[in-house]
Design a binder for this molecule. Sequence first.
Ligand code: PGA
Length: 261
Amino acid sequence: MEVIILPTAEEASEVATRLVSRQIREKPDSVLGLATGGTPKRLYEMLVRMHREEGLDLGRATTFNLDEYVGLGPDHPASYHRFMVKYLFSHVNLTRERIHIPDGLAADVPAHCAAYEQSIREAGGIDLQILGLGSDGHLGFNEPGSSLASRTRIKTLTERTRNDNARYFGEGEEVPHHVITMGLATIAASRMCLLLAFGKAKAEAVAASVEGPVTASVPGSLLQFHPRTKVLLDTEAAALLTRADYYQWVYNNKPAWQTDL
Ligand code: PGA
């Protein structure tokens, strides 16, 4: 696990953008795992700018989103489908047939989840998975208590997550209780993970995920088992890490051959 702490979310998003764009340039048919929420918005905006101004070509890439609310169709303003169209899909040249998002309106949820897993396998697995972190430590919508061996399935949101996400819903509108999410084992099978967390509301979850024991009670801690994970933080999200100085030193003193940012 490589922990990279930058002064601001803007700078951390720039580093994330360099990593994602390099992945696409080096392997144009990359399979990308995508996250939604406030955290990756700047990353998507920066990728869109690179597409427009520097010719970043996503035409051969395949994408799989982490999660979606059960009951929300692709046109619902708070659906993750709509989020992705708004912030990324309508601005870049991804190929429609290679975009995958769990279907919140699936009639047979278990069959849909099994098919989603199958699609990931058929695409050759995820090369680079972008992740946010819930204030309760969730990855995707794998809430505390999720099996570390879980695959794509239905989950029930905690009240904390429903409250955190209420801002995306209209006045008086209920945040759904159920979601479809890639499982923790699905995420763990990605070749590289990029976890982004910004702001002081994430500091506890970051410390528990990076420096606490590996436990299903903190799904983010799963990444301690992952062989190739980068954790990109701003100073506020890193505030409760006990080894922050060490991570900073490592980042600032890499041998030239190891500098990949
Ligand atoms: P956020 O959500 O980016 O909106 O803070 C992160 C998450 O719930 O994974």
